[in-house]
Design a protein around this ligand. Structure first.
Ligand code: AMP
Length: 583
């Protein structure tokens, strides 16, 4: 069995880590970076790009590029890229495949198992979708853990002192707050709350809207109608936001952003931190309610907190840090790198599951909670709570169902997630039908249905006929999840890209080796040994050189077929053989 890696599959950036020598370390990607942009693209040639190369070409290939797909996980939205549709799970799987391949290159062994983190506030469909993405990428997901909990695991390593910690996690697309008690070898999550649709992207969007409005007023041109202009605006807006975390003012320049009657139009704007704070004040404010709710659910007051950990890149925004300080009056700890601590914590959990020896203090036992209440719909459309939010997981609850009509052989049960009183205001996570109920008068059959929330936060349902002790048939149909067959098909599709990536790597290596051989032979021919070589032998080498140059001509890794790669390698080997006495 290979090693289990920890993966932070982020909205904006993703990061992988593994245990080495008892400690978690970040796995650098093929580009040498510690985090990988969560961006996927299909180039015009059909080639798939993931991470930095995909992000770099986003402006010129807006229709073929997708970012922030995490926001769509658990929905049935289809993402259209250059005319082909993908489920969010498939796009996430492409990112996971890259992290997997980079980890394999780093570790020098196959990687087939992972712990993946999700926002604490992710519901069942989103967790299931994340697990499916792992499968599509060829990874067995050993555990889904909550991001803030992972951060606290990473933190628990250094501290280890008994304390109550608030993890305030504002990433690219989601906001979570978790209250965790660390001590006596246990990290117990007391409460968690959040907003799945609040993150750094929303701050960028405010700057984009402000820039577009200003431009419309000045030039009468709607930049939002042009996808390429929007991509450029987004990139600049993110850059400006980041700059304003350190500087009090920044300049945004986008030359040739549009064309007017008089020719090209340029965008130039100046944004101060005060201006940025004013246009995003309500977003910062929106984090207050989940903090209050989490404290209330945990039965804590703000002054019970010993430590505040800031996680997620967007917590670098000074107004966000100021807001945290105002709410809880504890100066946030700077002990962790907000971009990496989630992956490091995931690696700690992965190491535990994989049986790695962990350094002292890193073997914290993790007790997590379910973020949302689980209910079923009962008469009158009421959501009857079965498992309350913030219950420690894994947990289970059983309830006996019976029939409402005589000789009824099936019962339909709707499972809901959410805090509202009426079924229709909550998220329907699945329907199931109890079948094979024996013929009896209404109210006679006794079927015990058990709802489990497993350690991943994923809901499982089973049923037993109390008369006969037999298991009842249950088919749960999720609202947005992929079927088994769809997952398998997607996994096969994704595996094709692994082949493509391998071919591309082989092509790049063959190109490099060919160029290096030409250079070496040239240098040798020019040297004393080359000059002393008999004429026929020299002619033979020159011929092999020409053949290799022909094979190399106008070849790029993108355009090469496996046959081209083989031909190039054969030509290079022939040259090396001919020039062997010189080399
Ligand atoms: P994460 O999903 O945790 O990687 O968070 C990414 C989000 O953090 C994105 O919206 C980034 O634009 C944002 N971010 C990263 N660095 C900074 C910074 N220095 N200032 C403000 N936001 C940042």
């Amino acid at each position: 069995m290979g090693r289990v890696i920890g993966i932070d599959l982020g909205t904006t950036n993703s990061c992988a880590a593994v245990i080495e020598g008892g400690h978690p370390v970040v796995i650098p990607n093929a580009e040498g970076q510690r985090t990988t942009p969560s961006v996927v693209a299909f180039a015009k040639t059909g080639e798939r790009l993931v991470g930095e190369p995909a992000k770099r070409q986003a402006v010129t290939n807006a229709a073929g590029t997708v970012a922030s797909v995490k926001r769509l996980m658990g929905t049935d939205t289809q993402i259209s890229l250059n005319g082909k549709n993908y489920a969010p799970q498939q796009i996430s799987a492409f990112i996971l495949q890259k992290l997997k391949a980079d980890a394999e290159a780093y570790l020098g062994e196959p990687v087939t198992e992972a712990v993946i983190t999700v926002p604490a506030y992710f519901g069942d469909a989103q967790r299931q979708a994340t697990k499916d993405a792992g499968r599509i990428a060829g990874l067995t997901v050993r555990r889904i853990i909550n991001e803030p909990t992972a951060a606290s695991l990473a933190y628990g390593l250094d501290g280890g002192q008994p304390q109550t910690v608030m993890v305030y996690d504002l990433g690219g697309g989601t906001f979570d707050v978790s209250l965790i008690r660390i001590g006596d070898g246990v990290a117990q999550v007391l409460a968690t709350c959040g907003d799945n649709h609040l993150g750094g992207d929303d701050f960028d969007a405010r700057i984009v809207a402000w820039l577009a409005q200003g431009f419309q007023k000045e030039h009468g041109v709607d930049l939002m109608a042009d996808p390429i202009a929007v991509q450029r605006l987004r990139q600049e807006a993110e850059g400006a936001k980041k700059a304003l975390s350190a500087a009090l003012q920044t300049v945004i320049d986008l030359p040739f952003i549009a064309t007017g009657p008089q020719g090209p139009l340029h965008l130039h704007a100046e944004l101060t931190r005060a201006g940025f704070d004013a246009m995003t004040a309500d977003l910062v404010e929106r984090t207050a309610l989940p903090v209050r709710n989490a404290l209330q659910d945990a039965g804590l007051a703000a002054n019970d907190l010993d430590q505040v950990l800031l996680v997620g890149g967007a917590t670098r925004i000074p107004a966000v840090q100021a807001k945290v300080l105002r709410m809880v009056d504890v100066a946030p700890s700077k002990a962790l790198n907000p971009d990496e601590c989630v992956a490091l914590g995931a690696a700690v959990q992965a190491g535990r599951l994989g049986g790695e020896a962990l350094a002292a203090g890193e073997g914290l036992l993790l007790l997590d909670v379910t973020p949302l209440t689980l209910s079923i719909e009962t008469v009158g459309g009421v959501a009857t709570h079965l498992i309350e939010r913030n219950s420690t997981i894994p947990t289970r609850y059983s309830r006996v169902f019976t029939t409402a009509a005589p000789f009824q052989s099936t019962v339909e049960i709707k499972v809901l997630q959410g805090e509202r009183q009426l079924a229709r205001d909550n998220t329907l996570i699945g329907n199931f039908t109890l079948t094979g109920i024996k013929r009896a008068w209404a109210g006679v059959p006794q079927i015990e249905v058990t709802f489990d929330i497993d350690a991943n936060g994923i809901v499982k349902v089973s049923a037993k006929d109390l008369d006969t002790g037999k298991q009842q048939g249950i088919t749960i149909t999720g609202t947005s999840n992929l079927s088994e067959a769809e997952i398998e098909r997607a996994a096969r599709d994704a595996a094709l890209y692994t082949g493509q990536d391998r071919e591309r790597k082989a092509a790049i290596e063959a190109l490099n080796a060919a160029e290096a051989a030409l250079y070496r032979v040239d240098a040798a021919l020019g040297g004393p040994a080359g000059k002393a070589l008999p004429r026929e032998q020299k002619a033979h080498i020159k011929e092999a050189q020409k053949a290799l140059e022909r094979a190399l001509r106008r070849k790029t890794a993108e355009a090469m077929t496996p046959a081209d790669t083989d031909a190039l390698t054969a030509a290079r080997t022939a040259l090396e053989a001919a020039a062997a006495p010189l080399l």
